[in-house]
Ligand binder design. Structure first.
Ligand SMILES: Cc1cc2nc3c(=O)[nH]c(=O)nc-3n(C[C@H](O)[C@H](O)[C@H](O)COP(=O)(O)OP(=O)(O)OC[C@H]3O[C@@H](n4cnc5c(N)ncnc54)[C@H](O)[C@@H]3O)c2cc1C
Ligand code: FES
Length: 1222
């Protein structure tokens, strides 16, 4: 911190985001070499680094000296958008390269790194920092002790020493990789006064191959274990290495590379966490554990023993090394012995399993009679569970495999009970997985006798390196507009030099503020007692509503929201007060000690359905209507009614919300360094809170580490609270929300429920649709009414439905208030109408989208806005062609006919997305010729400044710097152009007079011979403003121009599902996007890809879970999964529509940041198609309820079969669910 190395970022504190990745190198005396590991810095205790060298992003290259090839390539290949996670990615790639320098020149391995580019630096190993020679030691280690304020750390000299220490301090944990202990210490405040460190003990890291197996030290990292097992597999061949293969398969998707580099096998087993994957397979493989304690050495024959409750006795009393005598069985028996591991998680990789399993069976020689059977499950109870009874019953009894399957399934169904209250819920799904895994194992064992259409069920989905095909039209080579220029700050982002608000060094006397939030959903505040917290070390003060000098509320279009709850709380997570302390840690710990007494108030409810029952809605209630619904329904051949629920979404920007408030000490002036997408609003709210004029508050927003709409509103409240703290203490105050608090307090995209009635003809023409949209707004209105309006305004998407009506109601519930999110209601409005089209198409088997599309040259939307769908139809047709849609539909049919347990689906949708904002920019030319543009946009990865440089009117190179305030790239460019043109007009007489002068000569004072604008008293400052044409909607008349123009597009996606587990793989996506004449196609393609990937999350994996008490359960990356590399379709093709114009925008470009999120719905509908294919084959109704996101659980349960039906509804115990759909 004091050195000022801020390149390494902090995004979660739990090893889940990778933003803090650094490289740790150590000398290994056994291998006599230096080993390099990528690790997450947030889980690396500083004391564990004794003897290690740490390289951060600053250590590998810089813009001031020389870039490292990795930094240069990620920047120049447009691999960095907001840049907050770029240093972490750079360090991950750098470590990979440091360990495998040959891959830079290879075409075969790791294509990610081997980006083939012209004009880039070659790899120069002399540029790498050398490993410090003083650390190249192989002398016997000695015991090391470190004493901190709260923790004593002992690193024993060797195993003997560790055993001695363990006997002495039996309660001290043995910390090795710190990946289980660390998150608890970082995020839950667990303190261990004494820690024994086992990471430096060589005996715990040894691996020995023996004739009958391999002995692995408990301190071996999972990465090392995987590499060793891979070697073993190669040497032993496929039959003899079945156990190793099963283990490697599990290890491959367990956590991230960084975590696997730290996490140890011993820690994984000894943590006894049923979600952890290794115990079940190690138990099935009959691994033996060797436990050593003071004077004792114990061989434990089964891991099951350790992972049950008796484990606790050992956990803190013994050290152990792990070995398995049974990892390879007797070669003669091998033919009859089968071992497999299974796991299913919310996301295929880097996600804790929902259920995992290890199974082993031995058959009697040359028969189908089971001699030995072991089945273990993790994730179905508090400990690892062995299906004892089932195994016993099946052994020696049946000679027919099919009989074995039927009886086995029945027995398992009876034996494995998942209580409805089990942590994580999903009891029916878990039960289905228990049986499905058993069925998969049965198929693996009896593979030779399986019907051909069953075989694909055995192939796990494999990750492939995504391949992209981009096409776009560039402008002439000497015109910067239209060129795929690199993001203006990409190099700074790749080197860690780019500054985010929390990188700003602390100001003298700076304090830290941490929020105290409500734990009740609806309650009266009886008392607040901060005395315990105030007595804690470093705590300066506690602030609450009483301390607000101005108004304790934030207003948004006359809708108030309290900054601090004063008398009553209306959601869990509402801010009641805040602790101000000397350090982050002190503030955080003290805020947990503020005691609040509540008196619960009724009613309290959280879901849309409950809000409808209570008729709890915010005003205004909106309606849009065209045509005559009744007539339309009357003429229709068919009427269909249905509904679609779409869950919410967390912004999950990598940089959490925060700011620094610095009182200037003069006339109440205050400076804010804030991560805000709307600095003007932040400034206004802070002014009202402090009771001072806005002109005394200066907001600085250099860049954001992602925003996605989440840093528009809530950040204003946080700023006002930090400013109140600064006002009260007279000192600078920093606020950085922890990931968990950020997710709890700031909320995200609102869930929607669309209930519809649609009337259509036999030929697929839709005559009438009546849709009621309900959104969950949470406890205050925030932006929800505008979000609902946007949903209604998009309810026609690209379809000319003559009679169309939409009602929009924002539900008021006792949840944290939902807010703006990329797309702003557009995706929800569009998805619900697409669902209507999808259902109609499913019933009439016709190309319903095509049939109903707007096609006339001049069309009117349902709010009577004139537009031409010409480019939308072009996008649609091009997408059909580029994706080879018709041909692939046939291939999918064939695939589905030949595969019973895997099914594919494909979906294509058009898009019409309204764009409209107004803003301003200030352009200043300085005397040295440099230009500063302060604009109303914020740089949060979309490349607003890069585009601005490209459209500057001066053709000569004038150095431009940007400061930002608010959002919307295209509009900002208009403003900027306007300001620049004003200045150029003022300079025109000079330009004409001195046509030969350079830019500097025109404006600079340095050259005394020239006529300089400055001396001529020409004002070199101008404001650009863009209001655009008037846009408004008369909601009474359903009439108005809501947008300046529409961005069009079309997207086609194909997926494959595993009907037995609910897993799915995105196979291919083709997007054709009309961005007008793109100012920067590389940035636009990046926006399309980024938006689409965020849509993947929205529609398939990101699921927010609330407890029945309204507590957000999914806080942080360990519980809430955003898309990872495994979710990107291996083929993701983006084409920008050629020869597209937009007369309404600058250089004919179009707004592109928001629309592509909606394209994620193609995956949702493709999954639905695939499920329908499975159901069709099983003779089930093709109409089935299915809501977004299409999680593994929902996919599995919709693919009904004998395994899901074994737990019929009448046998289900009614208890309080673990989580509710809000
Ligand atoms: C982001 C993230 C994702 C993860 N994903 C997965 C996943 O998908 N699947 C999965 O299975 N796991 C996952 N894990 C868990 C990870 O595998 C375990 O945390 C790890 O294996 C524990 O090893 P460690 O050395 O870090 O243990 P530590 O955190 O150092 O210790 C854990 C516990 O084990 C005890 N212990 C450790 N070694 C010994 C020993 N030799 N003798 C006695 N006691 C010992 C410690 O005293 C402590 O109680 C994930 C972890 C993280 C942080
Ligand atoms: S992984 Fe370390 S901050 Fe997220």
């Amino acid at each position: 911190c004091s050195v000022g190395l801020t390149g390494t970022k902090y995004g979660c504190g739990g090893g889940g985001c990778g933003a803090c990745t650094v490289m740790v190198s150590r000398y290994d005396p056994i291998q006599e070499t230096v080993l390099h590991w990528s690790v997450t810095a947030c889980l690396q205790p500083i004391c564990s680094l004794h003897g290690a060298a740490v390289v951060t992003v600053e250590g590998i290259g810089s813009t001031k000296t020389k870039l490292h090839p990795v930094q240069e390539r990620i920047a120049k290949a447009h691999g960095s958008q907001c840049g907050f996670c770029t240093p972490g990615m750079v360090m991950s790639m750098y470590t990979l390269l440091r360990n495998n320098p040959q891959i830079m020149n290879s075409n075969t391995e790791n294509k990610n790194l081997n980006i083939l580019m012209d004009n880039v630096l070659p790899l120069d190993p002399t540029q790498d920092l050398i490993f410090p020679p003083e650390l190249l030691v192989s002398k016997p280690s000695e015991r090391l002790c470190f004493q901190g304020e709260k923790v004593r750390w002992i690193s024993p000299a060797d195993l003997k020493d560790l055993i001695k220490l363990k006997a002495e301090y039996s309660n001290a944990p043995l910390l090795v990789g710190n990946t289980t202990i660390g998150p608890k210490m970082n995020l839950k405040g667990t303190v261990h006064p004494l820690v024994l460190y086992g990471g430096s003990i060589p005996e715990l890291r040894t691996i020995k191959w023996r004739n009958n197996g391999v002995t692995v030290g408990a301190g071996c990292s999972l990465s090392v274990l995987k590499d060793v097992l891979l070697q073993g597999i190669e040497e032993l061949g496929p039959e003899k290495s079945r156990v190793y293969q099963a283990l490697v398969q599990t290890l491959q998707c367990l956590a991230s590379k960084q975590i696997r580099n730290m996490a140890t096998i011993g820690g994984n087993i000894l943590s006894a966490n049923p979600k952890y994957d290794l115990s079940s397979i190690l138990a099935a493989a009959e691994c033996t554990l060797h436990i050593v304690s003071n004077g004792n050495s114990l061989l434990i024959p089964s891991i099951l023993f350790l992972t049950t409750n008796s484990l606790l006795q050992y956990k803190y009393n013994m050290n152990f090394s792990f070995h398995s005598e049974k990892l390879i069985a007797n070669p003669c028996a091998l033919q009859w012995e089968f071992v497999s591991a299974f796991r299913q998680a919310q996301r295929r990789e880097f996600s804790f399993s929902i259920v995992n399993s290890g199974m082993r069976v031995t058959f009697r020689h040359d028969s189908n009679v089971v001699e030995n059977l072991d089945i273990f499950y993790g994730g179905v109870g508090p400990t690892l569970v062995k299906a004892r009874h089932t195994c016993k019953e099946l052994m020696g009894r049946y000679s027919h495999l099919e009989k074995l399957l039927v009886v086995g399934t029945q027995l398992l169904e009876e034996e494995i009970y998942v209580p409805p209250t089990a942590p994580g819920g999903q009891e029916e799904y878990r039960k289905a997985l228990v049986l499905s895994f058993f069925f998969k194992f049965y198929m693996q064992v009896g593979m030779n006798d399986l019907p051909l259409e069953y075989l694909s069920a055995l192939k796990p989905f494999k990750n492939e390196v995504p391949q992209a095909n981009h096409s776009f039209q560039t402008q002439s080579s000497n015109d910067p507009v239209g060129r795929p220029n690199v993001h203006q700050a990409a190099l700074q982002q790749a080197t860690g030099e780019a500054v985010y608000y929390d990188d700003i060094p602390s100001v003298k006397g700076e304090l830290f503020v941490s929020m105290v939030t409500s734990t009740r959903a609806h309650a009266k505040i009886i008392s607040i007692d901060a005395s315990m917290a105030l007595a804690m070390s470093g705590v300066v003060t506690f602030i609450s509503a009483k301390d607000v000098p101005g108004q304790n509320r934030r207003l948004w279009f006359n809708n108030p929201e309290e900054l601090f709850a004063e008398e009553e709380v209306i959601c869990v997570g509402q801010i009641i007060g805040a602790i101000v302390a000397e350090t982050r840690e002190q503030a955080k710990r003290a805020s947990e000690q503020v005691d609040i007494t509540y008196e619960d108030i009724q009613p309290v409810f959280f879901t849309i359905e409950e809000a409808i029952e209570h008729q709890s809605f915010f005003d205004p209630k909106r309606k849009l209507e065209r045509g005559n619904l009744e007539e339309g329904f009357e003429k229709a051949d068919h009427i269909l009614e249905g509904e679609l629920y779409m869950g919410g979404q967390e912004h999950f920007y990598m940089e959490t919300q925060g700011l620094i408030a610095i009182p200037k000490g003069e006339a109440g002036e205050l400076e804010l360094y804030v991560a805000s997408q709307h600095a003007a609003y932040t400034q206004e709210v802070v002014g009202i809170t402090l009771g001072i004029d806005s002109n005394k508050i200066t907001c600085h927003v250099k860049r954001l580490g992602g925003g996605f709409g989440g840093k528009v509103m809530k950040i204003a409240s946080l700023s006002a609270i930090a400013a109140t703290a600064a006002y009260k203490t007279g000192r600078a105050v920093r606020c950085v929300l922890e990931r968990e608090d950020d997710m709890l307090i700031t909320s995200g995209r609102s869930p929607f429920l669309g209930k519809y009635k649609v009337g259509y003809l036999n030929d697929g023409t839709i005559l009438a649709a009546d849709i009621t949209y309900y959104s969950n707004g949470g406890c205050t209105l925030d932006e929800s009414s505008f979000i609902m309006e946007k949903a209604l305004l998009h309810m026609d998407n690209g379809y000319k439905i003559p009679n169309l009506r939409g009602h929009g109601l924002v539900c008021k519930t006792y949840l944290p208030s939902y807010t703006a999110f990329r797309g702003f209601g557009g995706p929800q409005g569009l998805t619900i109408i697409e669902s209507v089209l999808h259902e109609v198409a499913a019933r009439c088997g016709l190309p319903v989208r095509d049939i109903n599309m707007y096609k006339d040259e001049k069309c009117y939307t349902h709010h009577k806005q004139l537009f031409s769908p010409h480019d939308m139809v072009r996008c649609w047709n091009e997408c059909l062609e580029k994706s080879d849609y018709t041909h692939r539909c046939l291939s999918i049919k064939q695939f589905n006919a030949h595969n019973h347990w895997k099914k594919r689906g494909i979906s294509i949708v058009p898009l019409k997305f309204g764009i409209g904002f107004s803003k301003a920019a200030l352009v200043n030319i300085y005397k040295d010729g440099s230009v500063l543009i302060s604009h109303g946009g914020t740089e949060m990865g979309q490349g607003i400044n890069t585009k601005a440089i490209q459209v500057r009117p001066a053709q000569e190179t004038c150095p431009i710097i940007y400061t930002n305030v608010f959002f919307m790239t295209e509009i900002i460019l208009f403003c900027m152009k306007d300001g620049c043109e004003k200045l150029m007009r003022r300079l025109e007489p000079l330009i004409k007079k001195h046509p030969q002068f350079t830019w500097q000569q025109l404006v600079s004072k340095s050259d005394m011979q020239v006529v300089e604008a400055y001396c001529q008293k020409i004002s070199l400052s101008a404001t650009g403003f863009f209001m655009g044409p008037h846009t408004s909607v008369d909601w009474e008349k359903s009439d108005g121009n809501a947008y300046y123009y529409f961005t069009f597009g079309a997207c086609c996606s194909e997926v494959e599902i595993d009907c037995l587990t609910g897993d799915h793989k995105n196979i291919r996506t083709d997007i054709v996007m009309d961005v007008g004449r793109s100012i920067n196609p590389a940035l636009d393609v990046g926006q399309v890809e980024g938006g689409f990937v965020q849509g993947i999350g929205l529609y398939t994996i990101e699921e927010l879970q609330f407890s029945p008490e309204g507590v957000l359960l999914t806080r942080g990356p360990s519980r809430y999964k955003i898309p990872a590399l495994c979710d990107i379709p291996p083929q993701l093709n983006v084409h920008l529509l050629r020869n597209a114009d937009n007369p309404h925008a600058i250089y004919s470009s179009k707004g592109i940041g928001e629309p592509p999120v909606f394209f994620g719905c193609t995956l949702f509908f493709a999954i639905k198609e695939a499920i329908a294919a499975a159901r069709r084959e099983r003779g089930l109704s093709e109409s089935f309820p299915f809501s977004s996101p299409a999680t593994a659980e929902k996919i599995r349960m919709a693919c009904e079969d004998c395994f899901t039906r074994m737990n019929p509804p009448d046998r289900k115990v009614k208890t309080k669910p673990w989580a509710i759909n809000v």
